[in-house]
Write a protein that binds this ligand. Structure first.
Ligand SMILES: Cc1cc2nc3c(=O)[nH]c(=O)nc-3n(C[C@H](O)[C@H](O)[C@H](O)COP(=O)(O)O)c2cc1C
Length: 252
């Protein structure tokens, strides 16, 4: 059996530029780790058609035939995933957004609990923080435990800057590795609890047209898996989600 740690880096850059270069540095920094870089640009990802089949009827009913499932399988097989994207127009690249849309049914029915992740964002001036925030918030909803992200300005003007960026990226990567190795248990965040309550309510309302979500939430009470949640935290989550749900109900 292969005991090597498996890291998957999903790169949303359309070319092997600054973002890829940093991932290559991470790969080289720990040669004993099985580190795979997936360039979304080299895979076949169709545009989501907005038909809701994946959400309502289950992901297998998606009419598109592309590499979506292949990528999800790679994420399941990895111990940790790095979501990397350049900042284009103050957010993630269009390619990364396409990947998010193709997999967004996982936000409804998350499966990556116990898996670790990190966001890496590059920019030329400002916006890498927004890119990382988007990646972290979105993929946390898939179940991943995120370590702090790495947000880098890359101009390639000086050797100092290049070295600084490489050091920052490697430091963040080391944190990801150590979180995986220590199997750090992370208590569900308030946000995750709120989202759980909201998605569970959506599943209830849509049970006639959306059996996939309804089935998924049937045996889930306070969270996606059995975990002790502090009383007050749960109360606050129920209160916050209750307000959101009430607003959503009012618009139905
Ligand atoms: C279409 C486009 C939009 C961009 N928008 C931003 C931006 O909003 N903020 C910023 O700081 N840099 C922006 N940049 C610069 C890139 O984020 C930066 O050069 C990045 O490191 C490129 O990574 P890559 O080589 O992997 O594509 C943009 C670049 C392109 C091509």
């Amino acid at each position: 059996m292969d005991e090597r740690l498996k890291i998957l880096a999903i790169c949303g850059s359309p070319h092997k530029g600054n973002t890829y270069e940093l991932l290559r540095v991470l790969k080289q920094s720990n040669p004993e780790i099985d580190f795979k870089i997936l360039m979304l640009a080299e895979l076949n990802l169709e545009d989501c058609m907005g038909c809701y089949s994946c959400i309502n009827n289950g992901e297998e009913s998606c009419p598109l035939r592309d590499d979506r499932d292949k990528i999800i399988e790679e994420m399941k097989n990895a111990d940790g995933t790095i979501f990397a994207s350049p900042t284009y127009a103050r957010t993630i690249s269009a390619l990364m957004k396409k990947f998010v849309e193709r997999t967004s049914f996982i936000a409804h029915r998350p499966v990556f609990f116990g898996k670790y992740a990190m966001a890496l964002g590059t920019c030329a001036g400002f916006g890498a923080d927004l890119t990382c925030k988007y990646l972290t918030e979105n993929f946390t909803q898939y179940g991943f435990n995120f370590v702090p992200s790495v947000e880098l300005m890359v101009t390639r003007k000086t050797e100092n800057e290049t070295n600084h960026n490489r050091t920052q990226a490697t430091k963040a990567y080391e944190k990801l590795i150590s979180a995986i190795r220590s199997k750090e248990k992370v208590e569900p965040s308030l946000n995750q609890l709120v989202y759980f309550n909201i998605f569970k309510s959506i599943a209830e309302w849509n049970k006639l047209k959306g059996w996939a979500d309804y089935e998924f939430y049937q045996d889930k009470k306070d969270f996606y898996y059995s975990v002790k949640i502090p009383f007050l935290k749960n109360k606050i989550a129920k209160w916050v989600s209750g307000r959101v749900i009430k607003k959503m109900m009012a618009n139905r």
